[in-house]
Ligand binder design. Structure first.
Ligand code: ACO
Length: 402
């Protein structure tokens, strides 16, 4: 009892080595040509292009094309892609009835999961997805409609009527407009806000086999509907150890409140008994620095400066970063600020409420999820994902006579 009782000799031959790999720290579940990470060197490449160059020279929608198709689009290719995404940004009117069913204070990630799952009922013929063109169309629909769904969920929460996506605006501005448009007033969109959001979307677009992308691929490996696959990705993203960290970081900074409380927060995070972790610190793969955090740190200063926002939480964040980076506990465990340490401060400056932070992440990561789903569906080696386990339960025993 309580001892592993698997008989390795009885495993099927094709299993090869049987390993116990808790949390999949050393197991590749697929081959992929999309994203490369070197966690020790702090390198992140999308289709071979360094994230720093993409952040400087590209746009989110161009990055989405690159992730999906493997190459940077020509002008004509991009124009066609952008026009298709714009064309598909509208939702079926029945989505409004779906959203009405949610309680007004439902978490937007819960609504996103439900709404995306419901898309599988609008585009439900799974046989269609044997056709590569239908698969491409599903990917485009998802990239196009996820921001519209996000804005619809936000507006439902605050009791505003839904708004239609404006086709004369490009992707990020269309989303911001969709979120914040009030019928009676013209909306003055700040180009700094759009630029910052576009950058955040680029940084969050893909990150190889993270928990949510692996989930999309695991569900995808069964041949499930693509919208159901992406809904499962949203579910996995929500947890505070993954995409939910950006919301948790802001809550944590607000709880710390002032720079003078920072040291006690660091001490608490070192005490395992407290169950408290510094949110936005540490990463499964990056063990020296997260290259996205470097880029976003710079952008945080720029956004606050350009928008003239004085946020005392930035001081708290700076002090926290400084205190953790010189503390032996964090240094020895190689715990550095990750991409989400700063994203919340930017979102807050853009008037995006904390409960929408992970939704922002989901919009960006949809580009990665659909690219991985497409790659998997086009891969002749694709087979159903079926992890094994090390059984620790009871050995065979007789049911008691009663
Ligand atoms: N604060 C305090 N201690 C930490 C933290 C933290 N944020 N992160 C890890 N540790 C400690 C652990 O207690 C453990 O200590 P031990 O070796 O003495 O037991 C050690 O560092 C290793 O931690 P693990 O949990 O084993 O590392 P893992 O790779 O499994 O987890 C994770 C990575 C989940 C990101 C973790 O660092 C964490 O919980 N961070 C906070 C949440 C967060 O910011 N998540 C966002 C990740 S980035 C993203 O999803 C975009």
């Amino acid at each position: 009892l309580g001892q592993p009782c698997i008989d390795i000799a009885k495993l099927p031959k094709e299993t090869g080595h049987f390993t116990y790999d808790n949390g999949f720290t050393a197991t590749a579940s697929c081959r992929s040509a999309i994203t490369y990470i070197d966690g020790d060197a702090g390198v992140l490449l999308y289709r071979g292009y360094p994230i720093e160059q993409l952040a400087e020279k590209s746009s989110f929608l161009e990055v989405a094309y690159l992730l999906m198709n493997g190459e940077v689009p020509s002008k004509d290719e991009f124009a066609k892609f952008e026009s298709e995404v714009t064309h598909h940004s509208m939702l079926n009117e029945r989505f409004k009835q779906f959203v009405e069913g949610f309680h007004h204070d439902a978490h937007p990630m819960a609504m996103m999961m439900g709404m995306l799952g419901s898309m599988a009922s609008f585009y439900h013929n799974n046989l269609d997805y044997e056709d590569p063109e239908q698969r491409r169309l599903a990917a485009i629909r998802l990239i196009a409609k996820v921001p519209t769904i996000a804005a619809l969920c936000y507006r439902h929460r605050i009791g505003w009527p839904s708004a239609y996506p404006r086709n004369n605006l490009e992707y990020v501005n269309r989303f911001l407009h969709n979120m914040f448009e009030v019928p009676s007033e013209p909306l003055d969109l700040n180009p700094v806000a759009a630029k910052a959001l576009d950058l955040l979307f680029i940084l969050h677009a893909d990150h190889e086999q993270n928990a949510s992308t692996s989930t999309v691929r695991l569900v995808g490996s069964t041949g499930a509907n693509p919208y159901a696959c992406v809904a499962s990705g949203v579910a996995a993203l929500w947890g505070p150890a993954h995409g939910g960290a950006n919301e948790a970081v802001l809550k944590m900074l607000e709880e710390i409140g002032t720079a003078s409380n920072v040291q006690s927060a660091v001490d608490k995070a070192k005490d395992k008994e407290s169950g408290f972790r510094l949110m936005g610190f540490g990463h499964r793969v990056y063990k020296n620095f997260d290259p996205r955090a470097k880029i976003i740190r710079e952008m945080t200063y720029k956004v606050l400066n350009d928008l003239g926002v004085q946020d005392p939480l930035l001081d708290v964040a700076m002090k926290l970063e400084e205190a953790a980076l010189k503390d032996d506990y964090f240094v020895q465990r190689k715990l550095y600020p990750n991409v989400d340490f700063y994203s919340g401060i930017i979102y807050k400056a853009l008037n995006i409420p904390a409960e929408m932070f992970t939704v922002m992440f989901a919009i960006a990561r949809t580009a990665g999820w659909v690219s991985h789903w497409l790659e998997q569906q086009n891969d002749p080696e694709n087979k159903i994902g079926r992890p094994r386990q090390v059984y620790t339960g009871a050995a065979t025993r007789d049911f008691p006579n009663r």
